[in-house]
Design a protein around this ligand. Structure first.
Ligand SMILES: *Cc1c(COP(=O)(O)O)cnc(C)c1O
Length: 362
């Protein structure tokens, strides 16, 4: 392949579009005729302001965000949001509903509880090792929010229809499927994603928050942990993760201009996932671990007849130019992460390799 790159199926940090990497490279030594690289310019300069504005306006266009939504960039990874959300949005003596669909949601629940917050686990799929998305929920009628994880990176499941929560806002961890498909944003009071799965490098988390949520924020919270700080200062209360934001802007440009937006992206993502799942379903050597109606379009998790074969598969795959196929350390097995930037060709080549491996070992 070009530049001797492999097909990168890593779960995160993950593959980025080649065009984005090339643009970073081509502009690195002298960013926009400044005589400096993007990592050397002031975050208060017009040059960087334009980058930040570009990242924000592209997000707004891609998701059709109304003026009531704010796009901010926060550090501390997605995991920081596990505490910021309840700190900012779950009031004293109030409660929040959480739907537990996997390891990341479990962590978010634990973090809210550690803060002494009142959490109602409205549904969980733990009974079958999180291999499905629950369809029935024990929702409270007075919750401050309902929290979901739209795509479960480790377990390979994804919400295809969001729960109806009436007037109660949804809050979503969208780390591994943000901007992978159109989104009915009106249902959501806040969504967030660490950039490193689908929209950029590690070190920056995109948060989209609605005006009514900001009204709940207690101004006595630490400055850096308040959403209002980021909204009031356009993510520039302190030095933002400039390079990360720059790469997010370029990735969103690719999504808008090269791919043609979220509808097109969804079509491509569905195609990739369906050829891979169809191939697995056509035999019994590769066995998908998620229930069919809950399968993720982003992380395809599967098992093979033995753990030895799985290890050999991951190793042989890498030798043949397919990386990152091991399952999460907590669950084992195999996983192919096929985020936005993975081309259809990469999945087709992976399927060819899987066929050959099965012929030799099956
Ligand atoms: C990767 C991931 C996280 C954790 O992200 P960090 O930036 O490492 O904190 C949280 N939620 C989901 C769904 C993820 O995929």
């Amino acid at each position: 392949m070009e530049y001797n790159r492999i097909y990168n199926f890593n779960p995160g940090p993950a593959v980025l579009p080649v065009e984005v990497l090339e643009e970073v490279r081509d502009n690195f030594m002298n960013f926009n005729s400044s005589g400096m690289s993007i990592t050397e310019i002031s975050h208060r300069s017009k040059l960087f302001e334009a980058v930040l504005d570009d990242a924000i306006s592209r997000t707004k266009r891609l998701l059709n965000l109304g003026p009531e939504y704010h796009v901010i960039f926060v550090q501390g990874g997605a995991s920081m949001q596990f505490c910021m959300i309840p700190m900012n949005l779950l009031g004293e003596g109030r409660k929040a509903d959480y739907i537990n669909t996997g390891i990341w949601a479990t962590k978010a629940i634990q973090e809210a509880k550690n803060l002494g917050k009142n959490v109602n686990v409205a549904a969980t799929s733990e009974d079958r090792n999180f291999c499905y998305i629950p369809r029935q929920f024990n929702l409270s009628d007075d919750a401050d929010y309902v929290y979901i994880t739209t795509n479960n990176t480790i377990k390979g499941t994804q919400w295809h229809n969001f729960p109806d929560t009436g007037k109660i806002p949804l809050i979503a961890d969208m780390c591994s499927d943000i901007l992978s498909r159109p989104l009915p944003i009106d249902k959501f009071g806040l969504v967030y994603a660490g950039a490193q799965k689908n929209i950029g490098p590690a070190g920056v988390t995109m948060v989209i928050i609605r005006d009514d949520m900001l009204k709940k924020v207690d101004e006595k919270l630490p400055t850096m942990l308040k959403y209002t700080t980021y909204v009031k200062n356009n993510s520039m209360h302190n030095t933002p993760p400039c390079f990360g934001i720059y790469m997010v802007a370029l990735t969103l440009k690719w999504l808008e201009e090269k791919i043609g937006g979220l509808g097109q992206m969804e079509t491509i993502n569905k195609k990739k996932a369906s050829i891979l799942y169809d191939f697995m379903d056509s035999g019994s050597f590769y066995r998908g671990t998620a229930d069919k109606d809950s399968r993720s379009l982003m992380n395809v998790t599967f098992r093979m007849p033995t753990e030895e074969l799985e290890k050999e598969f991951v190793k042989t795959a890498l030798e043949n130019g397919f990386g990152g196929l091991a399952g999460h350390k907590s669950v084992g097995g195999c996983r192919a992460s096929i985020y936005n930037a993975m081309p259809i060709k990469g999945v087709e080549e992976l399927i060819k390799f899987m066929k050959e491996f099965e012929e030799k070992k099956g």
